[in-house]
Design a protein. Structure first.
Length: 339
């Protein structure tokens, strides 16, 4: 069940023309741009935009438009929730087929609230509720084999020599957490007792952060004897301070492994709190939060490749959802979420 609701950012109206010359400061490089003739949103401005898009298409160039950063011109207390930018959230419900179904499909958890403050966000109102969201789709697909028979984390043995209170990563609670100290190779060894030759191996990690504004790397190694390890994956992800999903779980894909022992070597560029960690047979999409713009690069001048990602390892057989097999059941659900 997917719903759409308010994000942490507001809509804005940007202006192409800067301050009058009498108000301009020579120290501001932006003021070196000459004032234009076409005022923002005027007929002349729209004609110029249409010409630019058509000319770009003729030349094989893509043009994109976006609103200003949230900290500068994107609205304020005069903006209504219905005028704010939107984001998608979803929930999953497992249902056995071959029978009539009559039940409420739970709405996605709402974790966002109005905020202000840029890199140091401050909550400015009560948390949004389901009433601030609207249903978009209800889709169904066959559960991948790897999810139906996933690992039981209570049977995975964890150990570490340089991470304190490691048990808080697997106690099933997002209220407890452990610290990952900055600029250190933090090693977690896992003994996976459920691995057998006739089952899909492990191929992903999930770790839940409680902080923002950092960069994480993870090197994944495997071993058959717990003594000699080889690298089977490497992953990095940056989390910024803006976006409705910047504290969602980090999903780390790696090449499928049927080894009994795994070693995770984490490194963060600032001390970060993490609450839950799991290793799984599931196929996951690395960097999925930024790929859906659920959070954004923290820099106001991001690098050219800030929204480029390397090709990830291929998923194991039986672990993917085939798009052609997805069924849209939106018409079968009423306004209360009853399916």
């Amino acid at each position: 069940r997917s719903i759409i609701g308010n994000s942490l950012l507001k809509l804005c109206r940007t202006h192409v023309n800067y301050k009058p010359e009498s108000e301009r400061k020579t120290s501001d490089v932006r003021n070196m741009t000459p004032l234009g003739e076409a005022k923002f949103m005027s007929d002349a401005w729209w004609e110029a935009v249409q010409w630019a898009v058509k000319e770009a298409d003729r030349c094989g160039v893509e043009i994109g438009f976006f609103n200003s950063p949230g900290w500068s011109q994107s609205g304020g207390p005069w903006m209504k929730p219905s005028q704010s930018m939107r984001y998608l959230a979803h929930s999953e419900t497992i249902i056995s087929g071959g029978r009539k179904v009559d039940q409420i499909i739970p709405a996605p958890e709402v974790t966002t609230y109005p905020m202000a403050g840029g890199s140091r966000p401050v909550q400015t109102g009560p948390k949004f509720t389901e009433r601030d969201f609207q249903d978009v789709r209800l889709i169904a697909f066959r559960q991948p084999e790897t999810e139906a028979d996933d690992l039981d984390m209570s049977r995975v043995v964890l150990s570490s020599e340089n991470i304190e209170e490691l048990y808080k990563l697997v106690d099933g609670s997002e209220e407890t957490f452990t610290f990952f100290e900055r600029d250190k190779d933090l090693i977690i060894d896992l003994e996976v007792t459920e691995i057998t030759e006739n089952k899909t191996g492990t191929q992903s990690i999930s770790i839940k952060p409680l902080d923002v504004n950092y960069k994480l790397s993870c090197r994944i190694e495997s071993s058959d004897d717990g003594m000699s390890y080889k690298q089977i994956g490497y992953f990095t992800e940056q989390r910024g301070h803006q976006g409705a999903k910047n504290k969602d779980a980090i999903l780390i894909p790696f090449n499928e492994s049927k080894a009994k022992y795994l070693r995770l070597v984490f490194k963060v560029n600032k001390t970060v709190r993490f609450s839950e960690l799991s290793v799984s047979r599931r196929a996951v999409l690395g960097g999925y939060v930024r790929k859906q713009l659920g959070e954004t690069d923290p820099s106001t001048t991001p690098a050219w490749d800030a929204y480029f990602w390397p090709e990830q390892s291929p998923p194991a057989e039986g672990s993917v959802v085939i798009s052609g097999n997805v069924v849209d059941l939106s018409e079968k659900m009423d306004e209360e979420g009853r399916f």
